[in-house]
Design a protein around this ligand. Structure first.
Ligand code: ADP
Length: 262
């Protein structure tokens, strides 16, 4: 429990620091990108070589901006557009995307829980988070393997929570992403959510995938946990709060009350 507290405090501090820097960088990059755009217009098509230089500079600035977006996601400062979601539909809708990013040697299996509760979250960000997890899983399964995506309603009562899960009591939808890859030693698990922590080769990993997942899930009022051991594969569980509102209830209008078409 002491460790968990220290970990939470560390993530909070790192989040504030990176968030501040990312925010300022974002503003500066907006100036750079805007000015390059003006410069390019000003130039018209008078100088093809100069235009290429400007494009290269703009490209670099865009990539830097994408990176600061990921840092803002980690520090929970990104603007979210939450909506009421059926995670089963979302996962099912992503299967082509998953298969495409996994490659041929990896089998995709989805186990969608029946009567899954709804959650209130940003659709794009959740898709992005699941894609990040799938790509990590793929990277951990060099020889091929199985990626399982499972959804389930989870109701934590206090006893359960204090004993094991480190997730506050409540009702959640859980999305678990499991791979049969290399697994992670304890030292890697301890740092996996840190921004820029990566064990991948230079140019292969940014160390921002899991930090982005962490930031998004926390900003959505949820929790994310890693279960892994070297040689045993990895499971990452995302818990998102159950949505209790009625906003998306199917319309109750009886057929006979519907206006007749003309
Ligand atoms: P990146 O993928 O760019 O390295 P991440 O933040 O997504 O950054 O992951 C950080 C590190 O956590 C990875 O470099 C890897 O060591 C470890 N990791 C993440 N997911 C998995 C997984 N499914 N299996 C094994 N190790 C993983």
């Amino acid at each position: 429990a002491q460790d968990a507290l220290r970990q939470a405090q560390k993530m909070e501090a790192v989040g504030q620091l990176t968030g501040g820097i990312a925010h300022d960088f974002n503003n500066m990059l907006a100036v750079v990108i805007g000015s390059l755009d003006l410069l390019k217009r000003r130039l018209g098509d008078t100088d093809a070589r100069a235009e290429r230089y400007i494009d290269a500079a703009a490209d670099g600035a865009q990539r830097a901006a994408a990176l600061t977006q990921r840092l803002l996601a980690f520090s929970r400062q990104q603007p979210l557009s939450p909506e009421v979601l059926d995670a089963n539909k979302l996962v099912a809708g992503m299967s082509d995307l998953f298969s495409h990013s996994l490659g041929g040697d990896i089998r995709l299996e989805t186990v969608l829980g029946a009567g899954l509760w709804r959650t209130h979250a940003d659709r794009n960000q959740l898709e992005n988070a699941l894609l990040n997890l799938a790509v990590n899983a793929r990277d951990a399964m060099g020889e091929g393997g199985r990626l399982t995506i499972e959804t389930q309603n989870v109701h934590f009562d206090d006893r359960y929570v204090s004993e094991n899960f480190g997730v506050p009591p409540g009702q959640y939808i859980m999305i678990a992403v499991t791979d049969t890859g290399t697994g992670m030693p304890a030292e890697v698990i301890a740092k996996a959510f840190d921004p820029f922590f990566t064990t991948k080769a230079v140019g292969k990993g940014t160390g921002l995938g899991l930090s982005q997942v962490y930031g998004f899930v926390r900003q959505s009022g949820g929790h994310v946990k890693i279960y892994s051991e070297p040689g045993q594969g990895t499971t990452i569980k995302i818990y998102l709060p159950r949505f209790f509102g009625e906003a998306l209830e199917a319309p109750r209008t009886a057929l006979k009350d519907l206006p007749l078409g003309d």
